[in-house]
Design a protein around this ligand. Structure first.
Ligand code: HGY
Ligand code: MN
Ligand code: MN
Length: 413
């Protein structure tokens, strides 16, 4: 069965979706349920309809597009990713796994393939943490990792909660209807850009993911004493901004000194108030992203940061409030799925290697629902979460080819 991927059609869809953005192209920004995100969702749903897929949306906005198999009683084989994008992002993160999956399904349909068991594309809500600080909202709820109560309590920087944003998006139903029983899916395979330099550096076509690193997010609120930048002398100060700066450096130290090269710590959100050049910062807010492939070193580094924050704030006379927003385990991908994809690559004479994902993905939580793995394609210098993120049409074509062959292999019985 020759599966012909239409790389030009796929590239033009990627380019068209990239123009649906809150920022000026080529910058892509599509924050959960923003006007651009809703237009992006409509664009993708339309492609699913054109591919003859049965569409439904759940109560948190996860989109499901199903190609019915001959036997509807078999557990479904799923694929998918996300189309939401952080500020100042590129056009491939998540999108390759959504539009690429539609292309893989269209190529299988055109080859005359008929799946025994259904194939379902899932476009997950809020893989990115931008809106509520928590990533993978849709897959966490689907997998039962996040309770509907905790999800309902989430609110954004302006105090607008999930209920408000669900209303904006026209989501219907209760959040407790999002969870899916464990036997819903037989497997989940996500196509994604590597978001790292290894495949390009080693001149390889495909990465097959065996493990997904363990992410965590720490939120910190600091309250010092404000005042006139000219009048308050240095020994009298309780500068919340400087406490925040010291904590950010403590994050870097904890990651560098963890003993594991895989520990990464980032203070990605750093806000000080009132933000006036001649006013001593009275408040600060930090969001810290800390990860490692090993839970133990991640947790030790997290404890290190919390301990340092307490010491810094005591010394500076600054009030401290901390919250662990999420502390997730890593995902171990399914060995049999990894082997199947490895054999497909060999048969197709496509070079591949087994690897770790340092970025998290919806696969991190789908791995708690069913056997899961990821197919990576190279991206330019490993760049991602920046507008010059890039994978060539030929690199994407190979990823879609392997995804299509994998879906065919998994649904032929
Ligand atoms: O941050 C991540 O790893 C993912 O791109 N959201
Ligand atoms: Mn991302
Ligand atoms: Mn992604």
């Amino acid at each position: 069965m020759k599966i012909a991927i239409n790389k030009n059609r796929l590239q033009s869809e990627i380019d068209e979706l990239a123009l649906i953005t809150e920022a000026a192209p080529p910058v892509v920004t599509r924050v959960l349920f923003s006007e651009a995100d809703l237009r992006g969702r409509a664009f993708v749903k339309n492609l699913c309809r054109e591919a003859g897929l049965n569409l439904r949306e759940d109560a948190v906005g996860n989109i499901f597009a199903r190609w019915e198999g001959l036997d509807k009683n078999f557990p479904v084989v799923a694929t998918g990713s996300h189309i939401d994008a952080i500020p100042n992002a590129g056009k491939y993160d998540g999108v390759v796994g959504v539009l690429g999956a539609i292309e893989a399904i269209c190529a299988l349909q055109q080859s005359g393939f008929q799946p025994q068991r259904s194939i379902e594309l899932i476009i997950f809500t809020a893989e990115e943490p931008t809106r509520f600080g928590l990533g993978c909202l849709g897959s966490r709820l689907l997998g039962g990792v996040l309770s509907p109560e905790k999800a309902a309590a989430l609110s954004d920087r302006d105090g607008k909660n999930l209920e408000f944003w669900r209303g904006q998006a026209g989501c219907v139903g209760e959040l407790n209807s999002v969870w899916l029983p464990k036997n819903t899916y037989a497997a989940f395979v996500e196509l994604h850009i590597e978001q790292g330099p290894i495949l390009e550096r080693e001149n390889l076509d495909i990465g097959i993911v065996e493990k997904i690193a363990a992410p965590s997010t720490l939120r910190i609120w600091l309250t010092g004493v404000g005042g006139h930048a000219g009048a308050v002398l240095m020994p009298e100060r309780h500068d919340a901004g400087l406490a925040a700066a010291e904590i950010s450096l403590a994050v870097e130290q904890a990651a560098k000194n963890s003993g594991s090269p895989d520990t990464v710590g980032t203070t990605g959100i750093f806000r000080i108030e009132p933000g006036a050049v001649n006013s001593v910062p009275c408040q600060a807010y930090l969001e810290i992203d800390l990860r490692d492939t090993l839970v133990q070193t991640r947790d030790e580094a997290l404890a290190q940061i919390e301990k340092a924050a307490v010491e810094i704030c005591q010394r500076r006379g600054v009030e401290l409030k901390m919250e662990r927003l999420n502390v997730d385990p890593p995902a171990i991908c399914d060995a049999a799925l990894v082997e199947t994809i490895s054999e497909i690559c060999t048969a197709q004479k496509i070079s591949s290697k087994r690897m770790i994902s340092r970025a998290y993905h919806d696969s991190l939580f789908m791995a708690q629902v069913c056997p899961t793995t990821m197919i990576f394609i190279p991206c330019f210098k490993g760049y991602s979460h920046r507008p010059d993120e890039f994978s060539s049409p030929e690199q994407i074509e190979k990823g879609v080819q392997v995804l299509a062959e994998t879906l065919a292999a998994l649904t032929s019985h």
